[in-house]
Design a protein around this ligand. Structure first.
Ligand code: NAP
Length: 279
């Protein structure tokens, strides 16, 4: 019998740490199986999903730019994927392709682990960015009963559209108004690509931020962004993005290989070493 094998598709895909994460868990749990990265060009994902039942894979992850194509391709999906219009985890059920979005779980589990009680404060959040991951973050915050979620984005119309789609308590704010807005949130989440390796830093002065505020940067390359460094220097509750990447991988592994893996310090160190080695 062939060992169960899962995959990740994306374009490009060389940068993906998912094979490292899932192979670590396979080895740790003594499961004979594998997890491979497959480059799939834009425009080719639809055919890949149509043929998935015959591919031999037990399931897989889907990353940029194919999450929306996966959303369109699956026969059934979980509530998060339905709300976000994006699927990042797939598997077969009775020969049918099924999908989920585990980014919301990853975002929430990382904060639960690194900043306990982060969601038990005054229910106000500031989300920077209005792309795919900002949508997942807002959905996660609403699920934890946040009542006021301000969204700022370089392209103001995208923040307005996103806020209008969610309604109930999601409010667009101008990027230029951030100095007045920063002090109103109990959690600030960077969902832009600013601060990522080879990108400019996110330059918002944290002076107005209240003591005890959680500053969560979803960027994990570099491991410590200028935003996280600044937050630490000010004794704010700084939470990096690596944990979200690790936690979002848990539900897929459980689905494909039948065991729920644990995000350990050993796994964090393994992936952190890989990031440092490739930076
Ligand atoms: P996306 O859909 O492409 O959105 C990118 C966002 O960044 C947009 O809001 C965009 O603003 C903003 N942006 C880009 N360049 C900017 C600049 N020079 N100045 C100001 N804003 C800028 O990407 P995404 O999927 O939401 O992902 C965003 C980031 O989150 C990525 O860097 C990714 O690595 C990270 N991420 C991390 C995890 C994790 O597990 N930790 C998971 C998913 C994503 P405009 O609308 O104005 O273009």
């Amino acid at each position: 019998m062939i060992d169960p094998t899962a995959c990740i598709i994306g374009w490009p895909i060389d940068h993906s740490r998912s094979p490292l994460i899932h192979r670590h868990w396979l080895s740790e749990l003594g499961i004979a199986g594998d997890y491979v990265a497959l480059p799939v060009e834009p425009g080719h994902a639809e055919g890949f999903f149509r043929a998935f039942a015959e591919s031999g894979f037990v399931g897989g992850n889907v990353t940029a730019p194919h999450k929306e194509a996966a959303f369109r391709a699956v026969h059934a999906m979980d509530d998060n994927a339905a709300a976000l219009g994006a699927v990042n985890t797939i598997w077969l059920d009775g020969g049918q392709l099924v999908g989920a979005n585990t980014d919301v779980h990853g975002f929430l589990a990382n904060l639960d682990e690194c900043a306990p009680d982060w969601d038990k404060r005054d229910g106000s959040a500031l989300v920077l960015g209005a792309g795919g991951v900002a949508r997942a973050v807002i959905w996660g915050l609403l699920g934890r009963d946040f009542e006021s979620i301000r969204v700022a984005n370089r392209t103001a119309e995208r923040a307005e559209t996103l806020a209008a789609q969610f309604g109930r308590g999601v409010i667009p704010v101008e990027w230029a108004d951030l100095p007045e807005t920063l002090g109103q949130a109990s959690i600030i989440v960077n969902c832009t690509s600013l601060g990522m390796e080879n990108n400019p830093p996110l330059e918002i002065g944290l002076e107005p931020v209240r003591p005890g505020t959680v500053v969560n940067d979803l960027i994990y390359v570099p491991l410590e962004t200028p935003l996280i460094r600044d937050a630490k220097n000010r004794d704010l509750v700084a939470v990096g993005g690596l944990g979200m990447l690790l936690h979002q991988a848990v539900p897929g592994f459980q689905k494909w290989f039948g065991h729920r893996p644990v995000v350990t310090d050993e796994l964090r160190r393994l992936v952190a070493r890989d990031i440092l080695a490739r930076s």
